[in-house]
Design a protein around this ligand. Sequence first.
Ligand code: NAD
Ligand code: WQD
Length: 337
Amino acid sequence: MNILLTGGAGYIGSHNYVALLEAGYQPVILDNFANSHPEVLKRLERITGQPATCERGDVRDRPFVEAVLRRHEIGAVLHFAGLKAVGESVREPLAYYENNVAGTVTLCQAMAAAGVFRLVFSSSATVYGEHNPVPYREDQPTGEPTSPYGKSKLMVEQLLQDLQRSDPRWAIAVLRYFNPVGAHESGLIGEDPNGIPNNLLPYVSQVAVGKLKELAVFGDDYPTPDGTGRRDYIHVVDLADGHLKALQALETQAGLRTWNLGTGIGYSVLDIVRAFEQASGRAVPYRIAPRRPGDLAEYWADASKAQAELGWQASRGLDRMMLDTWRWQSGNPDGYR
Ligand code: NAD
Ligand code: WQD
């Protein structure tokens, strides 16, 4: 089956590309390269030994998306395309609503017109909001995400529910990612943020490689065992396996279903610093800084629903996440550029 990966040149999409090809699917990338680099296509060709198919364009361009769906006889769409920087979304909310919400509306319209009704959507643990008890379970009510980014993910979840109720042909998987980290074991593809990284792992790895001086640990007075924030870090290749399982579930059953993709384990910022030092053999100097506005103390997934219904479970532990991040970072200190 031919699968369209919107945002397939990005961090998570590119790892899904490799997993899909290995599983016998034919992935087609659609990306506007707003937050990725065409070099990733050459890297994908080196990993897979096959030419990569990519359509350069925008999910907000309905005629273009519809033409791509028809031309490649697409059977299902994995929808990664969107903007993801929480702080930027506060400064530029309209860009987030336009790319993430309007982009998904346009994509779904193009899919319906082309007769494609299978969709996997990249959602986020941020939809649980601030007040849910941990571990987060899919049957908990969603909360009120604090950022426009988080709200855009919740809005898309809600519009997809309405869409599926309106037309039972739709088979939709909503996947709530926790904190994706790591890289493909080849060291050829990985996360390549523009400018100073916002997220912990890219920051830590750039400190270790010498590009940044020291990590600012945002708060050491949280009600957690060592006072620093705790998160559920998940290896990006495990995440890609979860997409494969969700895609297979859509092939046999319509409806909208939601799954957490996390490990069920929370690690603190200082756990990450120590594990990264161990994996890289480099020091990661840090200083304690004030809390970052909007951050929660701790959360992790209850990952049992995906295990029971999809037979999926993350298998790569913290050491592997750190080793693979380091292999990518040390081999590509300037990312794809
Ligand atoms: P990424 O920025 O690396 O990848 C997104 C890709 O989409 C990029 O290649 C970008 O160029 C492309 N893109 C953006 N807007 C587009 C548009 N309008 N038309 C076509 N292409 C467009 O991000 P990622 O980390 O790979 O995240 C993928 C998805 O997963 C996003 O929807 C993100 O919100 C979601 N997600 C990510 C995380 C995370 O921590 N990385 C966590 C939860 C959810
Ligand atoms: C992790 C921990 C920080 C950077 C974000 C989005 C979420 C999802 C994943 C997309 C926290 C601490 C971080 C630094 C630090 N993305 N930290 N110093 O905030 O859990 O989640 O990315 O959907 O929606 O909100 O990830 O990697 O930014 O932070 O101390 O320089 O590391 O305070 O405890 P977060 P993160």
